[in-house]
Write a protein of this length. Structure first.
Length: 148
């Protein structure tokens, strides 16, 4: 990515199709003596069913043209599925700050659906994205108004 970075944050993003490689996780648990991976697998699968996916740790990079969500190395080792998401700014219809325990959840609404990620400083990130999408929406409205 050669584009100028507007903001970069460590995040977790919700992914519907991610699958945990429990064999890989089990080998790690065995090596460090961390316990039974079957217990973790049960919790993770219950969470996935309840929330429509799993939270994937990684990084958010905001540029003038897109929001990039990329999984970190640890998640890439133990998970398969969508580990990189790119949402062009032009596709974002709305941005919202939702509740959360320690970190707030940012929801990006597009015509194709919503993408959620959580991070510290979510309010600032929402404000940045809002400023980036408002001029685009305002310009489109002005163009339609002048054609009428």
């Amino acid at each position: 990515m050669s584009e100028k970075i507007v903001k970069s944050k460590l995040v977790n993003f919700l992914v519907a199709d991610v699958e945990v490689n429990y064999e890989e996780v089990g080998e790690f648990y065995d090596a460090v003596g961390a316990g039974n991976v079957d217990v973790v697998a049960g919790v993770m699968e219950s969470f996935k069913q309840a929330y429509g996916g799993l939270w994937v740790g990684g990084k958010m990079v905001l540029t003038k043209t897109a929001v990039h969500l990329n999984a970190n190395a640890l998640n890439r080792m133990v998970q398969d599925g969508t580990l990189d998401i790119e949402i062009p700014i032009g596709m974002i219809r709305a941005v919202a700050n939702e509740g959360g325990f320690f970190t707030k959840i940012i929801r990006l609404d597009t015509d194709a659906g919503s993408v959620k990620f959580r991070c510290y400083g979510a309010k600032e990130v929402v404000a940045l994205i809002e400023r980036m999408i408002v001029p685009r929406v305002s310009t489109a409205v002005l163009k339609r108004s002048s054609n009428a």
